[in-house]
Design a protein around this ligand. Structure first.
Ligand code: ADP
Ligand code: MG
Length: 322
């Protein structure tokens, strides 16, 4: 049975628990009408996920719904923003009610947790592509930027790194894990946890921040480039989960933590006189290195130079891209 574009909108996207008072008009007209509170800047971020490229073919629709919003929430978290509104562009090959119900369940569960209201979008027939735009607020002039780091700042990362990379390898049959470890690693790939509260806490504490979507070396590299600086990293301080160590082994775990993407942790820099502000962060954060004046990233392990060939995932530089 063919659902029309209008059936889909009415059935799946018009009804949600979150109804914000700053939404004058949501889904249903030609535009949404929205009110930004005074004293705040509007922070806007958009991400597109293509099946087979940004999530494996066969990913549960609930996970696709979650992840579509999670990646945008993660961008906003990296600026220290407070989430407010989302728009969604959905390209679907065949509108299937079971697929849509599950997708919307994943999307709205996460939206509900952060009081995000879906205020509009677009629905078209085509290959499976999900684009989410998120709008949030940052106190005027205070957003965390990539460009704010200084030599001597400490480098931190939240949570743990490399789990989603191993989860992807498991899905692709390139690594093995079973039971609770497999569930954990795959859920880190499918249901990333955007570090929104941590990002807001970092306003006024961190000098620069970025979310780790393409791999630590690549994303930290963006902070360093924008700040015109370099860094040293202590690889033995990288936060690695027990599941990652257990199933990848130490060397591969370090490689994944440095280079694999999709973890959506925050990497941030903190000036020495503000370090105590990190003690009260609502999520664990590991101190992994120091910003230095000399360009480039130098890796050490227990004080000795450490060699690693990995780079972050480059969507257009991979061997399969042609
Ligand atoms: P128009 O042709 O004027 O762009 P549409 O028919 O595309 O209008 O959309 C009708 C309404 O439904 C608009 O308010 C639009 O924002 C909303 N909408 C369409 N698709 C989605 C979606 N996937 N999620 C949320 N809102 C949507
Ligand atoms: Mg439209």
């Amino acid at each position: 049975m063919a659902l029309s574009e209008f059936d889909i909108i009415a059935r799946y996207f018009e009804h949600q628990r979150v109804q914000r008072s700053d939404v004058a008009l949501g889904v249903g007209d030609d535009c949404a009408l929205l009110r930004v509170p005074s004293g705040y800047e509007l922070a806007v971020s958009i991400d597109t996920m293509v099946e087979g490229r940004h999530f494996p073919v066969g990913t549960a629709p609930q996970a696709i719904g979650h992840k579509a919003l999670a990646v945008s929430l993660s961008d906003l978290a990296a600026m220290g923003g407070e989430p407010a509104w989302a728009t969604l562009s959905l390209s679907l090959p065949t509108p299937d009610t079971g697929w849509l119900e599950s997708f919307v369940r994943g999307l709205f569960a996460l939206a509900g947790r952060f009081e995000v209201q879906l205020v509009g979008g677009d629905t078209v027939k085509g290959p499976l592509v999900v684009t989410t735009q998120l709008h949030g607020f940052v106190p005027e002039g205070r957003a965390l930027r990539r460009s704010g780091a200084s030599a001597g700042d400490a480098i931190f990362v939240t949570g743990s790194l490399g789990d989603a990379g191993l989860g992807l390898a498991i899905r692709q049959g390139l690594a093995e894990a079973d039971g609770a470890d497999r569930d954990y690693l795959c859920s880190r790939l499918d249901y990333p946890e955007p570090r929104v509260e941590a990002g807001r806490h970092l306003l006024g504490a961190a000098s620069a921040a970025i979310d780790v979507s393409d791999g630590l070396l690549a994303d930290l590299g963006h902070i360093l480039e924008r700040s015109g600086l370099g860094a040293r990293l202590e690889v033995e301080k990288l936060p690695l989960s027990a599941a990652l160590r257990g199933h990848a082994g130490e060397e591969r775990a370090i490689g994944l933590a440095l280079s694999s993407g999709d973890d959506y942790e925050l990497c941030f820099t903190v000036p020495p006189d503000r370090l105590e502000l990190i003690d009260t962060l609502p999520v664990a954060a590991a101190r992994i290195g120091t910003v230095e004046a000399e360009a480039g990233v130098r890796l050490f392990r227990n004080g000795n130079a450490y060699r690693c060939a990995g780079r972050g995932y480059d969507h257009f530089g991979g061997p399969d891209d042609g």
